[in-house]
Design a protein around this ligand. Structure first.
Ligand SMILES: Nc1ncnc2c1ncn2[C@@H]1O[C@H](COP(=O)(O)OP(=O)(O)OP(=O)(O)O)[C@@H](O)[C@H]1O
Length: 612
């Protein structure tokens, strides 16, 4: 129930939906009831049971069925006396049509409110989820979580849209209908009504058992969708490797296994879900049969009029409808709640890297960045140990070392993608945790090994996230990054869309766009993870030139793979197994004939790239 309430809370403030909905639903039900009431005089007319006006007096007002029936009898008799039976039938039929029209028009209005409620809740939930996902710590996003996250943001929300909000409609509308019909039935024949009231809960029991089973299966099935999405994502992004390794059969089998699991679950859930409605209907009809027997005998013995009994039966049927939909809602809501739980799992996930209450704005960078006795673990895996580095402003620091040595982890600590377990990162002597994240990151530019581009225009990829950027600004950055020439040769220039992850561009072009983005941001501190894949000579030259410009006069920390970059570095740090093993300039390190010396030897033989 807690999850249900939390989902509902996305519709706040409630009165904007509840008040108009209540008015329309009430009007619709009341007109529906009046509509049925007109069936009584029609039946009396057809069966020739209408009393004549002389035998009738205007009924005394009161809140009971006799009064309403008395009124109908009285006016029907008056109409018959004045216009004859056939014309009276037309009148009543016209009343029937008008009340039915009103019933449906109000029903339609109430549906409109529901539709808006549904759209609002889903819109708000999706927005809140995306907001949260973007704010989650970098460490949250592992590969297996990607598909799961996508599944929660699409399927689980869809599930909520279909089940919970659908059920909400039923929960709002049907209890109200039920009460009105119950009151009417009580007014018609309370003994008969009390009897039915006793039997109805038995019908509900089976349904609630089905609902509980469904919730468990539903959780499993949503997890399974997450796996399926991960597999699709992995296979599409890795299609070259799959084909290259002739691994199609392997991935197809893996996918089919997961698909089969999901199909079995869907099947089993469908079997249970579909049982709810026929089960209640069957129970309902059994009860109607009993009522028919008891009520019929009341009519035979003259204790109840045939038309009144008819109204009772119709009202009872009317009750079955909401009971049935309430029953199926109880089952479908279980799936929605399972989906809701998965969504709240994300919304409630703690974010550990955020501004402290006393965080200040970093407003100037004057002396340098220092890492003081840093230690870091990924869960239990110790990755960095006792790292201390001073990076004076304006210097270029190259990080080299074997793969898995901890280079990427180390640079991730500077923009606070992770916080160190021990020690501190300081800017101008102040722990970066004392600065606001936004101000800290506004001083840092990042160029990653794989160019991270988005499915948007070239302009938007370069101006990415920066406010008030003009065409001139973007062009200037692109020229500096050696990208302008190729951009203007594309179909729509800066307005050309580059496809998903920049798939319509070459590797070198992608790199130059990421460099242009960093040039435009003009950060004081640059973190650069040099691409390891070699480009052709021409492209390599263009990229290198662009990088050289980008690093000029900045404080740069480079995970370096190119000897040319490393040679220019003011200081080279050799990181191995999480520790700084060697430190110095190119010449100093070569003279030591240690790890750097070996890496350099190897790189010289393989064409200038230090790649382990
Ligand atoms: N998200 C993570 N969760 C758990 N362990 C991780 C994670 N990221 C990296 N590691 C581990 O931390 C160690 C250091 O990884 P890191 O990526 O920092 O090394 P690196 O020197 O940058 O390597 P490379 O040059 O290959 O990129 C590795 O042993 C790696 O397996």
């Amino acid at each position: 129930m807690k999850t249900f309430n939390r989902i509902l809370a996305f519709a706040k403030p409630y009165p904007r939906f509840a008040v108009p909905y209540f008015i329309f639903a009430m009007a619709s039900t009341l007109f529906g009831l009046v509509n049925f009431a007109f069936l009584m005089p029609i039946l009396d007319l057809l069966f020739n049971a209408t009393k004549s006006l002389e035998n009738l007096t205007k009924p005394v007002p009161g809140f009971n069925i006799d009064y309403f029936k008395g009124i109908l009898d009285y006016y029907t008799a008056s109409l018959i006396q004045e216009y004859g039976k056939s014309t009276t039938l037309i009148f009543i039929a016209l009343f029937l049509i008008s009340t039915n029209f009103l019933t449906n028009i109000f029903k339609y209005f109430s549906q409109l409110i529901n539709t808006r409620l549904r759209a609002t809740v889903i819109y708000n939930m999706r927005e809140r989820m995306f907001d949260k996902v973007v704010k989650l710590d970098v460490g949250y996003f592992t590969n297996q979580r990607k598909g799961d996250l996508m599944s929660r943001m699409t399927n689980d929300l869809g599930e909520i849209e279909n089940s919970v909000i659908g059920a909400l409609q039923v929960f709002f509308r049907d209890p109200f209908n039920l009460v009105i019909y119950f009151i009417t039935l009580l007014m018609i024949q309370w003994e008969l009504m009390l009897f039915t009231l006793l039997i109805l809960p038995i019908a509900g029991l089976g349904v609630s058992i089905i609902g509980k089973k469904l919730k468990k299966e539903s959780e499993e099935s949503q997890r399974s969708v997450g796996h399926i999405l991960s597999l699709i994502d992995e296979s599409i992004s890795g299609i070259r490797i799959i084909k290259g390794f002739i691994a199609e059969k392997f991935v197809i089998n893996r996918f089919n296994d997961q698909g089969k699991k999901y199909a079995d679950l869907t099947n089993s859930m469908g079997n249970k879900r579909e049982l709810a409605s026929p089960l209640t209907e069957f129970m309902g009809v059994t009860i109607v049969a009993i009522i028919l027997y008891i009520g019929g005998n009341l009519v035979f013995s003259g204790k109840m009029e045939a038309s009144t009994f008819f109204l009772f039966i119709i009202c009872f049927y009317k009750i079955l409808e909401p009971v049935k939909s309430l029953a199926s809602s109880i089952t479908s809501i279980q799936r929605g709640i399972a989906a809701g739980d998965r969504i709240f799992d994300i919304l409630d996930h703690p974010v550990s890297i955020e501004d402290t209450p006393s965080a200040k704005t970093l407003s100037a960078f004057t002396t340098g960045v220092s890492l003081k006795n840093i230690g870091f673990k990924y869960e239990e895996h110790e990755v960095l140990k006792h790292i201390s580095i001073d990076i004076p402003k304006g210097k270029l620091i190259a990080l080299v070392g074997p793969s898995g040595g901890g280079k990427s982890t180390l640079v991730d600590l500077i923009p606070r993608f992770y916080d160190p377990a021990t020690g501190s990162v300081e800017i101008d002597g102040v722990n970066i945790k004392d600065y606001t994240l936004n101000s800290l990151r506004s001083y840092i530019g990042i160029v990653t090994q794989e160019s991270i581009l988005f499915n948007d225009t070239i302009f938007n990829n370069i101006a990415f996230g920066l406010p008030n950027i003009t065409q001139e600004d973007v062009e200037r950055a692109a020229r500096i990054a050696n990208a302008h020439e190729f951009i203007i040769r594309t179909e729509k220039g800066y307005q050309t869309s580059i496809g998903e992850r920049g798939s319509k561009l070459s590797g070198g072009q992608r790199q130059r766009l990421s460099i242009a983005r960093a040039v435009l941001k003009n950060p004081d501190i640059l973190i650069l993870d040099e691409a390891t894949s070699a480009l052709d000579n021409e492209s390599e030259k263009l990229v290198q030139e662009a990088l050289n410009y980008l690093m000029k006069d900045r404080t740069s920390i480079v995970i370096a793979h190119r000897l040319s970059t490393i040679r220019h570095a003011d200081m080279i740090l050799v990181l191995d197994k999480g520790q700084i093993k060697e430190q110095g300039t190119h010449e100093q390190l070569l003279a030591q004939e240690g790890i750097y010396y070996k890496l350099h030897q190897h790189a010289s033989e393989t064409g200038g790239m230090i790649i382990e």
